[in-house]
Design a protein around this ligand. Structure first.
Ligand SMILES: Cc1ncc(COP(=O)(O)O)c(C=O)c1O
Length: 419
């Protein structure tokens, strides 16, 4: 079966530069310099670099956030509607709306309603579906973004299906986006000598799905469901479900996110023990949780090892003296008071210098500083560095978050724009 037919798009491009390249092409194909794009604050760094390339100006939406899990969710149709209206009040119309769905933790936004809303204004919807190339291939799975009406959808085929690292797909649907402009953007961003190894692996992934599109995920779903049912009975371990994110329509059943606070363990500590003592390798670790990915390569031995490791972890820590809610949860999502001084493109090309953290207060930031978790950038190049943002960063660093993007990950100094 042809890729476009299989994925329900009008056209599908095989890419060799990852979802990163697809996101950059999609944003460049829809946004010209000075035009606005609505996007969640926790968008992947490729969306920020796409704004550097295109000259688009961000209108951020703060994603939903759950303090107990220390995890960001998706965005709701009403948040998108509010952002469109706010731009309208300033006499502007966004050139595109960009959504990440599912999130790394598998939380899906209501793309159907978001697409309908945006199309009523003639605005194209771009979806970062890096973690959702498998969606729609089973009735128990959430619908894919293309099926829900998105115009451009980028998938990391290499993350969830079986193609080689760096290979991805860009799907197009509808007629809002100019196909020729996408081709030009892809030509600008990609090598003129694409790797046939990577392209062949994408074709193999397509063929694997195409042979049995309705049943290929049966075993993975069965293993995930069995494991999740047993894990829910293990004392002290929580399983992420939509109760924590009840504004969202679906969660990927192949992502299992588990919380360990009732055992007095952070996600990092639980992960170390599961890896060291039980040979269980996770997909993603946070302060409060670990996420596991079940996929076409998972077999029963893997899920049994996970369940057995979790049972032993529970027995060891449930009644231990250290088990007193010592893993604090955050009180609020980071920052709602962003002040943009330069757009990402101007900030990228501005002269920069490194200053002490004290000296950086009130200056225009020259780097993207993002603590993991929850993976929401605290400061994006071009934004004014505030006391609140610095205090938040120092606090999460003390609590064990990894600071990415900053040239000095200890945060004794910060790179600023020389403006
Ligand atoms: C949400 C999200 N979007 C985009 C990307 C970029 O994907 P790729 O590595 O295929 O370029 C990632 C990578 O981790 C991601 O997590």
């Amino acid at each position: 079966m042809q890729a476009a037919k299989l994925f329900g798009s009008s056209e599908t491009w095989f890419l060799v530069g990852g979802t990163t390249c697809g996101i950059q092409a999609a944003i460049m194909a829809t946004c010209s310099p000075g035009e606005h794009i609505i996007l969640p604050r926790n968008s992947h760094i490729s969306a920020i670099s796409a704004m550097v390339l295109s000259g688009a100006i961000p209108k951020y939406i703060l994603p939903e956030y759950d303090c107990k899990w220390d995890i960001a969710g998706g965005v709701t149709p009403s948040q998108v509607g509010k952002a469109i209206k706010e731009l309208q009040m300033d006499g502007k119309k966004p050139a595109a709306v960009f959504i990440t769905s599912p999130t790394y933790h598998g939380i899906c936004s209501d793309l159907s309603d978001i697409s309908q809303l945006c199309h009523a204004y003639g605005i194209p919807v771009i979806v970062d579906e890096a973690h959702g190339a498998h969606l729609g291939f089973h009735p128990q799975m959430p619908h894919s973004a293309i099926k829900q009406g998105a115009d451009l959808v980028v998938q990391s085929t290499h993350k969830v299906l079986c193609s080689l690292t760096q290979s991805s797909m860009l799907h197009m649907s509808g007629s809002i986006v100019d196909r020729e402009r996408i081709c030009r953007c892809l030509q600008t961003l990609q090598s003129t000598s694409p790797s046939y190894l990577l392209l062949a692996s994408l074709d193999a992934a397509r063929a694997q799905l195409g042979e049995n599109p309705g049943t290929v995920f049966n075993k993975a779903l069965e293993l995930a469901s069995e494991a999740s049912t047993i894990i829910k009975t293990i004392p002290g371990i929580s399983v992420l479900d939509l109760l924590s994110f009840n504004e969202f329509p679906a969660i990927d059943p192949l992502r299992l996110t588990l919380g360990f606070w009732s055992l007095g363990l952070s996600g990092y500590e639980a992960d170390d023990i599961l890896d060291r003592d039980h040979g269980v390798i996770s997909e993603l670790v946070g302060t409060q949780s670990i996420t596991f990915a079940i996929n076409l390569g998972t077999c029963r031995e893997h899920t049994q090892r996970l369940v057995s490791g979790l049972k032993k972890l529970s027995m060891s820590f449930l009644h231990s003296k250290t088990t007193e809610m010592r893993v604090e949860s955050r009180e609020h999502a980071p920052f709602n008071d962003i002040c943009i001084s330069l757009n990402p493109r101007d900030a990228f090309f501005a002269n920069k210098r490194s200053v002490s953290i004290k000296e950086s207060l009130g200056k225009v930031c020259g780097e993207l500083i993002c603590p993991y978790p929850p993976g929401i950038p605290v400061i994006i190049p071009g934004e004014v560095i505030t006391e609140k943002a610095l205090n938040y960063l120092l606090d999460v660093r003390k609590k064990g978050a990894v600071i990415t993007g900053a040239s000095d990950s200890h945060l004794s100094s910060i790179v600023i724009c020389d403006v």
